[in-house]
Design a protein around this ligand. Structure first.
Ligand code: GLV
Ligand code: MN
Ligand code: MN
Length: 424
């Protein structure tokens, strides 16, 4: 390694205090955290982060969809850069570590690098950006990784403009109200705009903790897909319409929910997962036969072919159940993304950093998706995982210890410093 990584000083207390502060900017009471795109709390959290970035000496900019960039400038003439980052949004009633460890841990890594450079008199040969990606979580618009999809060009501005939230309001209208008024087309970055991207994240699974390993070196990210299925019927009075005369869309929806679960078990392998996380029943009155039922379904695998088989069965059964109940199914694809493979050179760097610090490490895949899935489409990308208690995530009980976070941030900071090639 070309750098003296032991002189990087990470302030674990500062990270914890940042995480605690951010956890209080939320739409529910701790230990629950809810922070949904462009709500008042999300806007407050954005201002808070930009202040923190500026206090750390970073040069801050935002793009038209609200991705926030804080740059530790290399002060060289060329604009070569690497980046780290994650997300600060939080799904309803979740915890305080998902995404935030990568943003605030990334912030601490840049502070430590800045302090090291000031002390040593060394300089960076590449700038380092800390990115807070907009809406990694799909809560508001139904699609995950909104900011990084637009950045990678996987989602076009035209497709983004068609997105609506559950109240039916279009993305542009909500975006403009939040004071993001630039052209969405400008969010896209050129391929290799960054020489490298590294994301720090909690594992969101139980493997590292069970093995007593400090660092997960992520080699691949599983492929997510999601779809919306709507069944429609005539509705009617719960007392007056006889059973023989009904076309109740909740019946095929209920059958489909069971089918989704069974299809993942029967056609899938250990890495196949299928979830119906949203069920909307309209009009939602106890004495009214439903008129419309919408299911939002999330199906993932590391094996695209196997995921395809599960998706095909779900589509086929949705049509069959809908037709049988005389409540036709309308299927809308939200996303069907390929998996990502992490960059072997960055993985080697992370491995060397772990060895040098004597941190135990293991290679693993990520079953959750991350902004890295899309960054990998435009630049060499890798992820660093740290253990979280009992593998719990997307729940208020989510927890990562200050010690684990410190180890993760040290690994991130040293990796970034190595990738940014310090010179004297
Ligand atoms: C990210 O939050 C995911 O659902 O994998
Ligand atoms: Mn999440
Ligand atoms: Mn996350």
């Amino acid at each position: 390694m070309s750098i003296v990584i032991h002189s990087l000083e990470i302030n674990a207390r500062r990270i914890q205090s940042d995480l605690d502060e951010l956890s209080r900017i939320s739409d529910c009471e701790l230990p629950c955290v809810t922070r949904i795109l462009w709500t008042e709390k999300d806007m407050e959290a954005r201002s808070w982060l930009k202040r923190k970035m500026k206090d750390a000496g970073l040069v801050v900019r935002e793009d038209a969809v609200g991705n926030i960039f804080g740059r530790l400038d290399a002060e060289t003439n060329d604009d070569a850069a690497i980046a780290t980052g994650s997300h600060n949004d939080a799904i309803p009633y979740s915890g305080m570590y998902d995404g935030t460890v990568g943003v605030l841990g990334g912030l601490e890594a840049l502070r430590a690098i800045g302090e090291y450079l000031a002390k040593s008199g060394n300089s960076l040969s590449k700038s380092i950006d800390l990115i807070m990606f907009t809406a990694e979580e799909p809560t508001r618009f139904g699609i995950g990784c909104l900011g990084s999809r637009l950045m990678a060009g996987t989602l076009s501005p035209e497709q983004a403009r068609l997105l609506k939230d559950s109240a039916g309001e279009a993305l542009d209208s909500i975006r403009n109200r939040a004071n993001y008024i630039g052209e969405l087309a400008n969010v896209k970055l050129n391929k290799n705009f960054y020489d490298a991207f590294v994301e720090l994240h909690i594992e969101q699974g139980p493997l590292l903790e069970a093995a007593g390993v400090q660092i997960g070196i992520v080699t691949a990210i599983a492929a997510p897909s999601s779809l919306r299925v709507k069944f429609e019927g005539p509705g009617g009075h719960a007392g007056a319409v006889l059973m023989k005369d009904r076309s109740d869309p909740l019946i095929p929806a209920a059958k489909l929910i069971l089918e989704i679960h069974d299809a993942a078990h029967e056609l899938g392998g250990d890495d196949t997962v299928a979830t119906t996380g949203v069920v909307k029943v309209h009009p939602g009155a106890i004495n009214s036969i439903p008129r419309e039922v919408v299911l939002e379904i999330d199906i993932r695998d590391i094996d695209m072919e196997r995921r395809g088989q599960v998706l095909a069965r779900v589509q086929e059964k949705a049509q069959a159940f809908g037709d049988a109940a005389k409540t036709p199914a309308h299927i809308e694809w939200i996303n069907a993304d390929p998996p990502a493979t992490c960059d072997s050179k960055i993985l080697d760097t992370i491995q060397k950093v772990c060895d040098k610090f004597e941190f135990s490490s293991q290679k693993m895949i990520s079953r959750a998706y991350h902004d890295s899935l899309f960054m990998a489409q435009i630049c060499p990308t890798a992820m660093i995982f740290i253990p979280c208690r009992n593998g719990i995530s997307h729940r208020p009980e989510e927890y990562a210890s200050p010690e684990s976070i410190e180890v993760g941030v040290k690994t991130l900071a040293a990796t970034l410093l190595e990738l940014a090639q310090v010179y004297e």
